[in-house]
Design a protein around this ligand. Structure first.
Ligand code: AQP
Length: 359
């Protein structure tokens, strides 16, 4: 049975300073996956404008996020790095998939409820349909695997639902045009699919890095408190100071993982240490069980600075040459467009639109 070629797609919004959550939950995973998959990594600027953005800040952020990818070890020559708005097929496919997704599905998206806040009537339509654009991002490349943090799990499930409904709605047309790939249905049979059902890749000790000020809230670019997050551009003093000020409870660290239950701040710091040091929580507690937070925070700050300082230095070097970054993005966009256009041509044929042949 034929199968879809294995391909990874993932993205980060250029909505401000990248933080340790983006780095541990997404970018470090991407770096590892490069050896095993063809990868497409995107700076998702169309997603960023679902909430208001200052134009100059947006331009700066697009380049800074690109610099963070490159400084963290993403290989833009072997893989594809670009910004979403340069490949019009994302928006084009999102429209078709808006007509596939159901209002009831969208109404269940918890991130919209969190981001729209109390005044939902004033949220943009783009913020509401954000998950469909994300489905289009992934499906434009017929990506099979999507590494994300825990917070994106629900959106990935929606992308799978959208792909499945499109495949089902248009099975006859997909078959008539010979554009399908036979896929197992899970009930022992097979069905023709134009889109694969993308698999989320959510693993490791830091799939949900929490705020340093409140262990029940995720670390986020849009948190008004800069002390809540470690930015990839923070210097050694800022990193050490934020970790020193991180909220904790008065007890020493437990010696077993079970002892972290009900202690979200302790659990968060141990998880961050584990991810930075390539360890499990168990291994960290084997070394630091019964330690006071003052001792553990010192070790964590040293570890964080050792990992992040070289990345910050490289980002600084890269953003000093915006033309070079723009050239990386233009090259990536040209290669991304070839794949996305082929997908979109197939979608148009399947749906029954008339298109310019050989465009
Ligand atoms: N706290 C986190 N822990 C682990 N992973 C995280 N990610 C984000 N925050 C954490 C992962 O980073 C990738 C890119 O996220 P994004 O920038 O596209 O959007 P987001 O999830 O909305 O991140 P922020 O920081 O919270 O941004 P704002 O404040 O602008 O909304 C994704 O894979 C995400 O899972």
């Amino acid at each position: 049975m034929a199968s879809f070629p294995q391909r990874v797609f993932s993205g980060v919004q250029p909505t401000g300073n990248l933080h340790l959550g983006n780095y541990l939950g997404a970018i470090t995973r991407w770096v590892e996956l490069q050896a095993r998959y063809d990868c497409v990594f995107c700076v998702v600027d169309l997603h960023a404008i679902t909430v208001p953005q200052d134009p100059q800040d947006l331009t700066r952020s697009i380049r800074e996020v690109t610099a963070a990818f490159l400084a963290s070890g993403i290989d833009a020559k072997r893989h594809i790095v670009f910004n979403q708005s340069q490949v019009a097929e994302h928006a084009e496919l999102a429209w078709v998939l808006n007509c596939t997704a159901r209002i009831g599905w969208m109404n269940r998206m918890t991130q919209f409820k969190e981001k729209a806040g109390k005044d939902r009537e004033q949220a943009s339509v783009g913020l509401y349909s954000y998950p469909v654009l994300m489905a289009a991002d992934v499906l434009a490349y017929r990506a099979t695997h999507v590494p994300v943090g825990e917070d994106q799990k629900q959106h990935l499930e929606l992308a799978r639902d959208v792909a499945q409904k499109f495949n089902q709605d248009f099975t006859a047309s997909i078959a008539a045009r010979g554009l399908g790939v036979e896929q197992p249905t899970g009930e022992g049979g097979t069905a023709l699919a134009y889109f694969p059902l993308p698999e989320p890749l959510i693993h490791g000790p830091a799939t949900r890095v929490m705020s340093l000020r409140d262990g029940t809230k995720k670390m986020s670019k849009s948190d008004p408190s800069d002390n809540s997050r470690i930015n990839l551009t923070d210097d050694a003093d800022a990193i050490a100071s934020k970790i020193r000020k991180a909220r904790t409870d008065p007890d020493p660290l437990p010696s077993e993982v079970a002892g972290l239950a009900g202690r979200p701040e302790a659990d968060n710091l141990v998880g961050i240490f584990a991810a930075l040091n390539g360890q499990t929580r168990e291994e960290v507690l084997a070394d630091y069980g019964n330690a006071q937070f003052s001792t553990f925070k010192g070790a964590l700050a040293d570890r964080a600075v050792a990992t992040l300082a070289p990345i910050a230095a490289e980002m600084k070097r890269l953003v000093a040459d915006p033309q070079a970054i723009d050239a990386v993005l233009a090259d990536g966009a040209a290669r991304a467009r070839v794949i996305a256009r082929e997908t979109m041509d197939g979608v148009k044929d399947i749906v029954g639109m008339v298109r310019t042949p050989g465009r």
